[in-house]
Design a protein around this ligand. Structure first.
Ligand SMILES: Nc1nc2c(ncn2[C@@H]2O[C@H](COP(=O)(O)OP(=O)(O)OP(=O)(O)O)[C@@H](O)[C@H]2O)c(=O)[nH]1
Ligand SMILES: [Mg+2]
Ligand SMILES: [Zn+2]
Length: 339
């Protein structure tokens, strides 16, 4: 495995550093970022999994990362027996978690992401049921950067270095254009090719995430609606229960429940693919582009907010995320390690 070569990959630029005891700063002269405290230890204890998201403006990327972060910090309720322990590894990550919690309380959603490279959030997750110890490293991007023929890798530093990416679409916002889906995958492929990545030799995975499921319910087939309704994790941060939930034992999600969850998630992925064929005119072009370029596709459908926030970016009642862990579980299933 890559960490046995005594190399440590910088969590910011993903360049390999030669491992030695005092690795306080990245050795890459273009990066030189200070390593998170104790990162050499973390790196071997909980190998990193990277999540780079791409998607057009306002599809819900930032709200998604915030709700996912919130869910990951609350999972201890259902993974108590496995001693699941999440911890922010940098100060910006801690602030980010605090902001996500503020959304839960105030319902105020984040503003549009600024142009330029975004902060990396580094969250150590010990004793994940099924996957053990991993460190999740997330990086958001402003949708405007994804509108080009080829993306700027300065703002998407992980994209060409890891064989997995999340690609988010909001079907209501696609305004029925048939080119939105194929253009985005084309931009991804062109970006990889610009860094001489041989897709024929190095298989990649794209996790296609359909966002804002709460406003798509009437368009969904019954089995996918049911899949959304039956999310066993949905009540984790449903703040209508807040303190009452605290006293109530949540049903634990052990290894066999997780196996069942993953089986259902695989089936839902296939269902979403079938549904998308009819739902968006560009979907088949995206599927075919992926196939001829050796890119596997997985599909997830999520609602970060659980209900429509309307135009003032404020939720009348608190968030109730649905199936937001699925893209993360797909990342865990595909490992998301540098190639
Ligand atoms: N109905 C519904 N609306 C959502 C959901 N998630 C986000 N939104 C809405 O979409 C808006 C944009 O979400 P963001 O997460 O900021 O979008 P983004 O993709 O980060 O946009 P940029 O930063 O501009 O690239 C939010 O202000 C919400 O109004 C959801 O799950 N359901
Ligand atoms: Mg954003
Ligand atoms: Zn670096």
């Amino acid at each position: 495995m890559f960490w046995e070569n005594k190399k440590l990959i910088c969590p910011y630029c993903l360049e390999a550093n030669v491992f030695h005891k005092d690795l306080s700063k990245c050795q890459n002269p273009d990066c030189k970022k200070e390593m998170p405290i104790y990162y050499d230890h973390t790196y071997f204890q909980a190998p990193p999994a990277y999540a780079q998201i791409i998607g057009y403006s306002q599809v819900g990327k930032s709200v998604y990362f915030q709700t996912l972060t919130l869910m990951l910090t609350y999972l201890a309720k259902v993974w108590e027996h496995s001693k699941y322990a999440p911890s922010p590894e940098t100060e910006p990550t801690q602030k980010y978690i605090d902001e996500a919690n503020a959304i839960k309380i105030t319902g105020k959603l984040p503003p549009a992401t600024q142009l330029g490279v975004q902060e990396a959030y580094i969250l150590k997750l010990l004793n994940l049921v099924r996957w053990g110890n991993r460190t999740l490293i997330l990086r958001d991007v402003a949708g405007e950067h994804c509108q080009h023929f080829k993306f700027d890798i300065k703002v998407l530093p992980y994209l060409t270095k890891i064989p997995t990416a999340l690609m988010m679409f909001s079907l209501n916002d696609l305004a029925a254009t048939a080119t939105a889906m194929p253009n985005l995958i084309n931009g991804y492929i062109k970006t990889l090719q610009s860094k001489n990545i041989r897709l024929d030799k190095e298989p990649h995975t794209l996790i296609v995430v359909i966002s804002k499921a709460d406003i798509l319910l009437s368009r969904l087939p019954a089995n996918l609606r049911k899949y959304l309704e039956d999310d066993p994790f949905a009540t984790l941060i449903d703040s209508s229960g807040g303190s009452q939930n605290y006293n109530r034992d949540m049903p634990q999600m052990g290894p066999s429940e997780m196996q069942d969850y993953i089986d259902k998630m695989e089936r839902a992925s296939q269902e979403i693919r079938l549904w998308l064929r009819h739902e968006n005119d560009g979907a088949i072009a995206l599927f075919n582009q992926a196939e001829v370029n050796n890119i596997s596709l997985k599909f997830a459908i999520i609602s970060s907010t659980g209900r429509d926030p309307g135009t003032d970016r404020t939720l009348p009642v608190s968030v109730r995320p649905t199936r937001v862990l699925d893209p993360f579980f797909w990342i865990m299933q595909t490992q998301s390690l540098p190639s």
